[in-house]
Each structure stands twice: as structure tokens, then as C-alpha cells.
Design a protein around this ligand. Structure first.
Ligand code: NAD
Ligand code: UDP
Length: 343
């Protein structure tokens, strides 16, 4: 049985990927500092899979913690989710982003090298495409630079990983550029619960539908799109998690550096998302038009063909499943993993 180290495995995408990996027969060690997650997720994962993953609370920047993990367990492959991800915060506090995302990845790779582990899957983001208008975005659509420190931090790690793979043929590295991960596990036991006011559309709309917030602020209705609101390539988090399993299979058979978009290849507007939530929840969701959010693109969607051809991976869950599963998670866990009410 192969053992995976999943950094950030208590987080939103990490927890869903952990479920898929356990169900596929992998053993897992989770490293997470719980800065944006709760240890309750591990209980929920045990309920879904019947397995308790090994959990280490610690920081991916901590070389000693990592060395201990690699010395204690025979790790075959690492999936590296741990990092910080709020675009706006990255502009205010870039050091936090370069430390957690860039320095954390550097320490991880250094210790992997020391301990002779050379298989890695890395969470990158469509943010690396900056304000490219080259829709649909292909893996080689890097004709503009990222427009915020978060995007820079992801692109810097991609560059480092590409250089590493060139330097030593033992490396086998998959970089996955996610589009807009949404939805939740069909069990309703795990999902995303952002701290404070959600930045992202899906959690915001579902908090309005459940009555935690009065209306959705629609940022811009004057974009050159069909209904004037922003268009994004939303992808169900379970499809995304399965993409990681396909990447693991690929790395078992290939050495080198590989890069794939994980998206559905189609976009939905803000108003289409609100309408889908209203239909599924049977709640009339109030919204108001506000000015555009600074830094937002009109539209962004992926060309997912490379992952389809090379990994045999295709997203299969549609907008209705994304909304249905988000809504189930939201209604069963209105305060996420917390038992306390939030303000
Ligand atoms: P998340 O915040 O839910 O999960 C990240 C996890 O990493 C959290 O559990 C957090 O506690 C942990 N963590 C953060 N810094 C750490 C550190 N220094 N050491 C150890 N643990 C640490 O985020 P997510 O949405 O699951 O994202 C996972 C990865 O995917 C991130 O790297 C993110 O940048 C990337 N990504 C996310 C999205 C998205 O929209 N959710 C899109 C593209 C890429
Ligand atoms: N959006 C919105 N109201 C919100 C959050 C987001 O209108 O409260 C819009 C945003 O302008 C964009 C789309 O919804 O057009 C998706 O935004 P999100 O932050 O979820 O993803 P990202 O912009 O990072 O792709």
C-alpha cells in the first residue's frame, strides 16, 4: 500500500482529495497547521471512509517537522496543498504569501530531496494567467504576468519545480492549475467554510440562501458578457480531487515535470450561479449590483483538453451538482465545523 503525505490535508481541497485517496487504497499522513481549518475534518473523514488518517499538526516551513515525518513513515509521494490563498490579503501582506507558499514549498522540496522522495503533486492556480484574455486558457497561455502576490507566489513555485525536474531525472512533478473549485462532498460531511465574510461567490451565495447574509453583492453588471456579470469556470471539488488521483497514476509511470489545467472548459455568470442556487434551495435569493471588484476579469475559463488527453481526466459534475452539494453542506453545517455561532 502506498503512503501519501498530504500537506494542507485538513483544508477544503485537501480534505476532499484525502477522501478520494483513502477510498482508492492509499495510506495518508496529513500535515496541517490548522491556520485555516479544523481538526474536526478528520473525524468527518473517518465517518466517510472508515479510516483515520495519521495527522501531524505542524507547519510546512518547519524542516524539523518534515524530517520527522519522512523518517517515521515511508512516504512514496507528496500532494502539496498547504498555503495561503486570499488574493486581497496577498496584496496587503505579501510576506505571508512568499513565506507560506514559496518558502514552504522550498523547504518541502529540500527535505524531500534529503529523504529521497521525488514524486510531488503541487496545487497551482489559474491566477498564474494574470489578466490574459486568451480564452479558453491553455497551459501555454502565459502571455501576461500574474497581477497579485498570490499569483506570483504560485508561478515562482512552478518555476522552481520545473528547474528541479531539469536538474535531476529522479523527479516526477505534476503541477495542477485549478480554475474555480466549488461544491462539497455528497455526504454533506465536508465542505468549505471560509472564516469571516466570504470572498468567493459560491460560499457567499449559499450563506445568503441559508439566511446568514441579506443579499448577494454582484460585482459589476457592465462586463462584455451575455448578462453583464463576470463569468468563471467553476469546477466541483470532487472532480478536482479525482484529478489528483489521475495525476498520481501518471507520476507512477512518468518522470519529469508536467502541467495540467483542471477546469470544466465552460463558464457560468454570477447571475446564472444565483439562479441555480435559487432553484436548488427554493429560496428567492436577493442580490444587488455593485461596481466591479478591482482586479476582476470579465471572464475566465479553461481549455481542459491536455488533462483529458494525457491523464484521461474529465470533469463530470455539472453546475446543478455543484450547487446541490454546496447547499447540502451549507444547510447541514451552517457554521462549518464550528459548533459556536459566528457573527
Ligand atoms: P484551504 O485554506 O482550505 O486549505 C489549505 C490548508 O493548508 C489549510 O488547512 C491550512 O490550515 C493549511 N496551511 C496553510 N498554511 C500552512 C502552512 N504553512 N503549514 C501547514 N499547513 C498550512 O485552501 P484550499 O482551497 O483547500 O486550497 C488548497 C491549495 O489549493 C492552496 O495551495 C491554494 O492556493 C490552492 N488553490 C486553491 C483554489 C481555491 O479557490 N480554493 C484555487 C486555486 C488554487
Ligand atoms: N463575485 C460577486 N460577488 C461576490 C463574490 C464574487 O459578484 O460576493 C463575482 C466576481 O466578481 C467574479 C465571480 O463572482 O466575477 C467569481 O468570483 P470568485 O471570487 O468566486 O472567484 P475569482 O474571482 O477568484 O475567480
Amino acid at each position: 500500500m502506498k503512503t501519501i503525505l498530504i500537506t494542507g490535508g485538513a483544508g477544503y481541497i485537501g480534505s476532499h482529495t484525502l477522501v478520494e485517496c483513502l477510498q482508492a487504497g492509499y495510506q495518508a499522513v496529513v500535515l496541517d497547521n490548522l491556520s485555516n481549518s479544523s481538526s474536526e475534518v478528520l473525524n468527518r473523514i473517518r465517518c466517510i471512509t472508515g479510516v483515520s488518517p495519521i495527522f501531524v499538526q505542524g507547519d510546512v516551513c518547519d524542516a524539523e517537522v518534515l524530517t520527522n515525518i519522512f523518517s517515521t513513515y515511508t512516504i512514496d509521494v507528496v500532494i502539496h496543498f498547504a498555503g495561503v490563498k486570499a488574493v486581497g490579503e496577498s496584496v496587503q501582506d505579501p510576506i505571508k504569501y512568499y513565506k507560506n507558499n514559496v518558502a514552504g514549498s522550498l523547504v518541502l522540496c529540500q527535505i524531500m530531496c534529503n529523504m529521497n522522495v521525488f514524486k510531488l503533486v503541487f496545487s497551482s492556480s489559474a491566477t498564474v494567467y494574470g489578466d490574459s484574455r486568451d480564452m479558453p486558457l491553455r497551459e501555454d497561455s502565459l502571455n501576461t504576468s500574474p497581477i497579485n502576490p498570490y499569483g506570483h507566489s504560485k508561478l515562482m513555485v512552478e518555476q522552481m519545480l520545473s528547474d528541479l525536474a531539469k536538474s535531476d531525472p529522479r523527479w516526477s512533478i505534476a503541477v495542477l492549475r485549478y480554475f474555480n473549485p466549488v461544491g462539497a462532498h455528497a455526504s454533506g460531511l465536508i465542505g468549505e467554510h471560509p472564516k469571516g465574510v466570504p470572498n468567493n461567490l459560491f460560499p457567499y451565495v449559499s450563506q445568503v440562501a441559508v439566511g446568514l447574509r441579506p443579499f448577494v453583492c454582484v460585482f459589476g453588471n457592465d462586463y462584455p458578457t451575455a448578462d453583464g456579470t463576470g463569468v468563471r469556470d467553476y469546477i466541483h471539488v470532487v472532480d478536482l480531487a479525482q484529478g489528483h488521483l489521475m495525476a498520481l497514476n501518471y507520476l507512477n509511470a512518468h518522470n519529469g515535470y508536467f502541467l495540467w489545467n483542471l477546469g470544466t472548459g465552460r463558464g457560468y455568470s454570477v447571475l446564472e450561479v444565483i439562479k441555480a442556487f435559487s432553484t436548488v434551495s427554493q429560496v428567492d435569493i436577493a442580490y444587488e449590483f455593485l461596481p466591479r471588484r478591482p482586479g476582476d476579469l470579465a471572464e475566465c475559463w479553461s481549455a481542459p483538453q491536455k488533462a483529458s488527453l494525457e491523464l484521461g481526466w474529465n470533469a463530470s459534475l455539472d453546475l446543478n451538482s455543484m450547487v446541490t452539494d454546496s447547499w447540502r453542506w451549507q444547510t447541514l453545517n451552517p457554521h462549518g465545523y464550528d459548533v459556536e455561532e459566528e457573527g
